[in-house]
Design a protein around this ligand. Structure first.
Ligand SMILES: Nc1ncnc2c1ncn2[C@@H]1O[C@H](COP(=O)(O)OP(=O)(O)OP(=O)(O)O)[C@@H](O)[C@H]1O
Ligand SMILES: [Mg+2]
Length: 231
């Protein structure tokens, strides 16, 4: 498509705060194209997770528009937003919150089940994605049998299960050592290019920013001018 796959247009979000309101996002605009990663950095409390929550349609902004893969989400009801999340959005939070009793493959198959896909095709797709994140041999393992980095890989594979147009990732490396964190960022870059997702990556890890397609900085709810990187 020619239009940007994720478009945030002049988003303002406030939360109740005592007598007044706290402005978490202040006139934020961002566009992310298919097959690119935009990294979002900034101090704690600056609004990075709020930005992802709005992009994910989990939180409705006070004003502004969120357009996901050509669908303007303004005015969609809760059920329509939930359907959009299931089919067009992949969301990766910091903590993998995998279901303890399910194997890695089953964690992914649940997503396909929720989207009404056929079980046999879902199993094949789950195994293909686990292979893509380097876990072909671990498909039968449960979360307690996996390392932190492996669990985060399952988490990412799960977010890709329904072939999202937009992938939203919040601090995926914060619980990992430097080497494992770097491997996760590599993985996100290659998956984004292979699968053509529009990816937003919130990260504290400044070591790899030069490899991202763009870097934006949040400060006090405002988004600093996007810096396009060399490549
Ligand atoms: N549900 C909420 N209710 C009220 N205030 C909130 C809520 N969620 C976040 N905030 C406030 O909004 C601001 C932005 O929070 P946000 O979680 O987006 O920051 P962040 O950049 O993700 O921080 P961190 O790096 O610590 O994760 C903060 O001042 C926070 O206290
Ligand atoms: Mg956060």
């Amino acid at each position: 498509m020619t239009a940007s796959t994720l478009l945030l247009d002049d988003i303002t979000l406030t939360y109740p705060d005592g007598e007044g309101r706290l402005t978490a996002l202040d006139a934020v605009s961002l566009t992310v194209d298919a097959g690119t990663v935009t990294a979002c950095v900034g101090p704690s409390g600056s609004g990075k997770s709020s930005l992802l929550a709005v992009a994910a349609t989990l939180v409705t902004p006070d004003s502004g528009r969120v357009v996901v893969a050509g669908t303007d989400t303004t005015g969609l009801g809760p059920a329509e937003k939930a359907a959009l999340r299931r089919t067009r959005l992949g969301i990766v939070f910091q903590q993998p919150n995998l279901l303890p009793s399910l194997t890695a493959a089953e964690q992914l198959q649940v997503m396909a089940h929720l989207a009404g896909r056929r079980p046999r095709a879902a199993r094949d797709h789950a195994l293909e994605l686990l292979a893509a994140v380097g876990l072909a041999d671990q498909a039968h393992r449960r979360p307690h049998q996996l390392s932190g980095g492996q669990r985060q890989r399952v988490n990412i594979a799960r977010a890709l299960m329904n072939e999202p147009a937009v992938l939203l990732v919040d601090e995926p490396t914060s619980a990992l050592d430097h080497e494992r964190g770097a491997a996760i960022l590599d993985l996100l870059l290659s998956l984004t290019r292979d699968r053509g997702t529009a990816t937003v990556l919130v990260t504290h890890d400044r070591a790899h920013l030069e490899r991202m397609d763009a870097v934006v900085t949040m400060a006090d709810g405002r988004l600093g001018a996007a810096r396009a990187t060399a490549g």
